[in-house]
Design a protein around this ligand. Sequence first.
Ligand SMILES: [Zn+2]
Length: 371
Amino acid sequence: MRVKCFECGKEGDLTIEAWCCNCGGAWEPAGIPPFDLNAIKKGDSSIWRYGSILGLDILEPFKRMGVGWTPLVPVKIFDKNTLLKLEYLSPSGSFKDRGVNTMVNQLISMNVNTIVEDSSGNAGASVAAHAARFGLNGRIFVPEYASPGKIKQIADYGVEVITIQGTRRDVEKAAQAAIMPGVAYASHAYHPAYLAGQVTAAYECWEQLGGKAPDWILLPVAQGGQFLGYWFGFSYLLQAGLIEKMPHMVAVQSAQVAPIFHAWRKGLGDIPGVEALGPTLAEGVAIGKPVRGKRILQALRETDGRVIAINETEIIDAQKLCSRLGYFIELTSALAVAGMKHLLDEITEEEDILLPLTGNGLKGVPKIYSG
Ligand SMILES: [Zn+2]
């Protein structure tokens, strides 16, 4: 797989050992071909309908998992035309499966049989589910403070769960130290094939909307894999002349941990990172410094985007609002819905807003009830 470092411009073939660039930058896929209508495999209701235009070394998965082609449902929220993309219906219960599915298939094509990841949440569950489905050894490093329910889901897939004392960064370092020949870092933050898989969400929406883009996309953003996937995907559709303009990309964060919000407000070109002000119900986005910060800011600038920080009460209210519509989502997912309320004066009656519902509410039931 051809990869390129956005930080220093270095390009090369992906290897197991060099999971990031020498400069510390995360690799991006470098070989994604122009979007081609004729490349779509119409009978394939999964992310692999775009398998030949993702820039991977493989065109077909080694095994079918059932990831992709999630429903897109039009509803009215705050009287606005809203499109809910039900990403939480994926096998492990979150949008992470898109990128993890392409990443795991790419790694198997590189003769990997053991994968390591650091995550106590949806990414860890997705990597663990894929390890089970594909018969790989999975080692998931989790922080000691992770919620027992999420660790239970990860462990239930039969992977090895390694609990690390210390900060989230210590957990990341422990996972990275376990990388060796044959043992690959299946990182949702760093892996370029993960990013390639997230691009499929944009292509799907475009097809499901009859060949157009929404006017706005609102997303909870932590590392920004999903955010950048939509941005890259719609950029490729624009380059192919298949849409007329880019959607406004809106990153929604918890006010408790809002590195993008603060960097954007200050007009910075990179995201220096922040310390959390305290715990947040939106635990899936509690990342102080996203790995691909420059790219996230670029996407915001180039699409006349917005960044919104949401308080804890707003998160609970938005989650309940979704339940009353019939969609039981986790609190992190509710950030995007809460973000809509901040844009009501800007979004017109004719415009469409895409809201990917990222994670299943069943994952966070105790927190929702106690909230
Ligand atoms: Zn570099």
